[in-house]
Design a protein around this ligand. Sequence first.
Ligand code: NDP
Ligand code: HEM
Length: 494
Amino acid sequence: MLTSTAGAPIPDNQNSITAGPRGPILLQDYQLIEKLAHQNRERVPERVVHAKGSAAYGTLTVTHDITKYTRAKLFDGIGKKTDLLLRFSTVAGERGAADAERDVRGFALKFYTEEGNWDLVGNNTPVFFIRDPMKFPDFIRTQKRHPRTNMRSATAMWDFWSLSPESLHQVTILFSDRGLPQGYRPMNGYGSHTFSFWNNDGERYWVKFHFKSMQGIRTWTNEEANAVIAEDRESAQRDLYEAIERGDFPRWRMCVQIMPEADAEKTSYNPFDLTKVWPHSEYPLIDVGVVELNRNPDHYFAEVEQASFSPSNVVPGIGYSPDKVLQARLFAYADAHRYRVGTHYEALPVNKPRSQVNTYHADGAMRFDAPVGTDAYYEPNSFGGPVEVPSVKEPPLRINGDATFYDHRAGNDDYTQPGNLFRLLGAEQQERLFSNIAGAMQGVPRFIIDRQLEHFRRADPRYAAGVEAAIARIHTAPASAPTTTADVIPQAAE
Ligand code: NDP
Ligand code: HEM
């Protein structure tokens, strides 16, 4: 029986109520008004970044014992399973963007643990473009549309990157083969930041999370991806959805790198710098378990669009780190959710913890369950309301230093690790890296290209020479001739 939202049966859902067969329509046709008004409110704002995405439910099954590092209950027994939601995404494109674009992929996990939700909101890359969050809104502006042309601007991207050498590591990954995965299944995921583990004895370890695709890594060239996009803008969504429907469940090996707390003072690099990896030779991967995706959501809007992941959601045994970008993200995500989804977003079914939620903030728009009336509606109270749990207090973190604007570039080596990555690529991969970069630099003013070439040269002279040769081969117009007004920038900012 079709009903109105108030539950009354609807007599006719095909014909409006009109005065005579030719109209006009009567204001009393409430069902028509209701349908139109509801349609006007069917969208929430798209995510400001990572707007295009796909998600699926699954489980983490623990295969190895890491309880000496963390008391987190989801790891407390081999064979233990925890339900999860994993949302993949591209970063720059809007909700209707094509999936097969060269871009970083989001890899956002929500583990529904028995002690609350743990969200690990990572990417398919182990590093990021910036190490100070002050630069994030500007960086994202360069990835989105130019305010005047409403087109994306290669000049803005390379201007920003060439003025921000800390981006070189991530730029190298982005333009390497792995910057264009064949879908979400054949790519790795990384927590990227350094987080912390703490155990029952109050010891802290620094930790990085890795998810290794058990489907193997598969990537497309630019030409292959262009052909895919011409046929199918939803290639990654389709691949994921159909694999799960046919029972071919994608899996990832979950691994961690563990650093004893005191080592952070000793490494040659800052282990909380998001533009750096921890070399495997120093901190080898330790297996933890297997993530499997095995159920498609039933309703995209309710379960994927409204899914709200935040790095601030950790559970006892897992903590943050001093990583500056992580610190900013701890604020940014829940703030985005309150704006994008609403005050009570965490009570929506996809976000709701499987463990009991006992909090004193109850009011606000769209509270859609009815809390049991109680005298214990503030804290402290004498009426048996929920109280804090001192046993889950994280061990104290020693910090020091005077407050000021520290130059995050001072003494920082932006070149060795990108150079290491360049040198581990085979000759054919290096050739594709050169031509991918040269292709993306079409129309960029020469002085910006030169500034960027100097960064490539500092990473490895062969890197710069390869890109330079590819530019000479590929660029159809002189590099100094801007192709769009968006490609004109007033002056070098350096
Ligand atoms: P290793 O030789 O031990 O590791 C190399 C890593 O590079 C592997 O994790 C491999 O992933 C990954 N890799 C291979 N091709 C690419 C690519 N095109 N884009 C991104 N990653 C790729 O060396 P190190 O640990 O000393 O690291 C050397 C460089 O490897 C780093 O500077 C970094 O750029 C890159 N890297 C390092 C990671 C780390 O955590 N140490 C993680 C990922 C990349 P896989 O095993 O899946 O093939
Ligand atoms: C999404 C902010 C860096 C991964 C988002 C959203 C915001 C945001 C506001 C939209 C959230 C929503 O509406 O639900 C920031 C800020 C950053 C930053 C301020 C740095 C200062 C990063 C980094 C990573 C990352 C370093 C990965 C390591 C993601 C992912 C999503 C996302 C995967 C999509 C989550 C989903 O699937 O819903 N980011 N971000 N971001 N971000 Fe970031």
